[in-house]
Design a protein around this ligand. Structure first.
Ligand SMILES: [Zn+2]
Length: 371
């Protein structure tokens, strides 16, 4: 029990403390730190299209394998550079390039290089997600990855357990993320919802079965997109990785028109993911976006190819946007490597991959405050 005089003292102290508190500005931490990330890869999309839009020399029958050149010119050709790249990638140029950063414009001293020397998919995804090249990863065979990826590492931490999901369009992804060891949920083939729990999921499965089967190892991107968007809406993972693949398939088939079409649809899908995330309280204002590719391609008639024999395929690109990204626009004189991707993904959710894995490359500098 407190005596009357003591009550007065307590009351006065509380009032004084209240006044004091009222004069202290709101701490910056009142805003939740960015701690969620959406990771996207577009298989084999060249830096030339990212920064230059459609390549006129390939909107042709001979070098581009373009079936309807007039349609493709209407959709993607503009004389003005900025209008041209916005016609191909409206979200990347209208939103990401303004609020975030684009890396990889070789004409501005910001080349992003693949360092694994193989310049094809599995070594590229390994370098992206393990944060270092590895000579042992030298084929696209379904061999469980000897390396722990940044996604597996995050998934193993209590704060991220059950909150990391991967959707891809290629049946090698379960091996790349070593699902036997990592226990990561990786959907890379077949139906987007192996055990559907809603009418939406059943419809998406049905639509998937009604799509054409074009390739043995890769499915069309639409089911991958449907699975990923629904995961975002319903389970709301802290880390969502979506690995799209049609661009590479159409490029190998020398169908420049369909390669551009796939890139355009990928951009639409990235917008849908971003806008959906911003409409959900778990993601709004605390989510980052990082986009990259596993390899480049040849610069001219050999645009269809990549690999050890295509040195130009070592040039790639990245895009990063989020609450903590303050270095914005097309970056000049900021070179980077593919290996820096993993540490950057971790950094975007407040984690340090470089100190967790010996030999991993450092995160990309995303703000002026960093070294
Ligand atoms: Zn390929």
């Amino acid at each position: 029990m407190i005596a009357k005089s003591q009550k007065w003292v307590v009351g006065a102290l509380a009032t004084a403390f209240g006044v004091l508190l009222a004069t202290i500005p709101e701490p910056a931490e009142a805003q939740p730190r960015a701690d969620r990330v959406i990771v996207i890869t577009l298989d084999g999309v060249r830096w030339q299209e990212i920064f230059g839009g459609a390549d006129r020399r390939l909107i042709t029958g001979r070098d581009g394998g373009t079936a309807d050149t007039s349609l493709t010119l209407d959709r993607f050709w503009r004389d003005d550079l900025d209008a041209r790249r916005r016609a191909l990638l409206p979200f990347l140029w209208g939103t990401v390039a303004e609020r975030g950063m684009l890396l990889g414009d070789s004409t501005r001293g910001s080349a992003v290089r693949v360092t694994n020397g193989m310049r094809f998919s599995y070594p590229g995804y390994n370098e992206l997600f393990a944060g270092a090249p590895d000579d042992r990863v030298d084929s696209n065979d379904k061999v469980p990855n000897p390396n722990v990826t940044v996604l597996e590492w995050l998934h193993g931490q209590p704060a991220f357990a059950g909150s990391v999901e991967v959707f891809g369009s290629w049946d090698v992804f379960p091996s790349i993320f070593n699902v036997g060891r990592s226990r990561l949920p990786v959907n890379g083939a077949g139906l987007p919802f192996p055990t559907p729990t809603s009418e939406r999921e059943r419809i998406a499965n049905q639509m998937t079965e009604w799509l054409p089967t074009l390739w043995r190892a890769a499915r069309l991107d639409a089911p991958t997109m449907a699975g990923a968007l629904e995961a975002l809406r319903t389970r709301r993972p802290r880390v969502l990785a979506v690995l799209l693949g049609e661009t590479d398939e159409w490029a190998h088939e020398r169908r420049y028109d369909l390669y551009l079409d796939a890139a355009r649809r990928s951009d639409d899908f990235i917008r849908a993911l971003w806008e959906t995330a911003q409409s959900l309280p778990e993601y709004r204002g605390r989510t980052s976006l990082i986009i990259a590719t596993d390899h480049g391609r040849g610069p001219t008639r050999d645009w269809t190819d990549h690999g050890r024999d295509v040195p130009a395929a070592e040039r790639i690109w990245m895009a990063i946007m989020g609450p903590e990204v303050t270095l914005t626009g097309v970056r000049a004189n900021q070179p980077a490597t593919q290996s820096q991707f993993a540490a950057t993904v971790a950094r975007l959710v407040g984690q340090d991959w470089q100190s967790a894995r010996v030999g991993a490359a450092p995160a990309i500098r995303i703000s002026g405050a960093e070294r």
